[in-house]
Design a protein around this ligand. Structure first.
Ligand SMILES: N[C@@H](CCC(=O)N[C@@H](CS)C(=O)NCC(=O)O)C(=O)O
Length: 207
């Protein structure tokens, strides 16, 4: 049995980015579904693992890692012997960190929040989230014009951190049709050996 356990919610893009990376690294992981709809993430035992009461959480023996981007950094350094996903070069690491910040910032307040409204009924400003998403996508599409991946010429955890919520933006009512370079980049990620998709919901533009 594996020592790795991932506490997740299958429709959470934050969980998916962690799960996708374990799959790309071909790691054997015990998956534990956390019933967010029942508030399981706010129960005492779960709060002992993550004071913020959120998924995903990764356990590896005595290590408990919170936050999807922290999980990506941890897994890459522990289990990617070739260090292609998070190279040791500090300049490359800084470029990757920039995109992890985009995932935790504009992606969370843009396409992720728009989808929280349409899929989960969150009381957020939907139009504001849509506007943030389109502003981000315009910038990203231009940036990706001559690029296959977000940092350098090979896939890194920067791509994994940003993939899930951008791929599922239409569920939040945000169209990707005007962004051919983003669509090409998303497909580059889908083609990676070990790729697994997040389940689709019939919401937003897919309703
Ligand atoms: N910064 C955190 C955000 C995680 C997050 O927002 N998780 C959501 C699901 S996508 C959650 O657990 N929500 C339940 C809650 O906040 O009660 C990360 O990257 O892991």
């Amino acid at each position: 049995m594996s020592n790795l356990t991932l506490y997740r919610f299958t429709l959470s893009g934050h969980s998916h980015r962690a799960e996708l990376f374990t799959s790309l690294l071909k790691l054997d992981v015990n998956m534990v579904d956390v019933a967010l709809q029942d508030g399981a993430q706010k129960q005492t035992d779960f709060l002992k693992m993550n004071i913020f009461g959120q998924v995903p959480v990764l356990k590896n023996n005595d290590d408990i890692i919170n936050d999807s981007n922290a999980i990506l950094v941890y897994l890459a350094q522990k289990f990617d012997a070739n260090r292609t996903w998070y190279p040791e070069d500090v300049t490359v690491q800084a470029h990757i960190q920039r995109w992890l910040s985009v995932a935790a910032g504009l992606v969370a307040s843009g396409p992720c929040s728009a989808r929280l409204v349409t899929v989960f009924g969150a009381e957020l400003d939907h139009q504001n989230a849509i506007n943030i998403a389109y502003t981000l996508f315009k910038t990203m599409d231009a940036y990706l014009q001559n690029r296959e991946y977000l940092v350098g010429t090979q896939p890194t955890i920067a791509d994994i951190a940003n993939f899930s919520y951008i791929a599922h933006a239409p569920e939040g009512g945000v169209s990707l049709e005007q962004y051919p370079n983003i669509l090409r980049w998303l497909n580059n990620v889908r083609k990676l050996d070990g790729f697994i998709a997040m389940p689709k919901t019939k919401a937003g533009l897919l309703a």
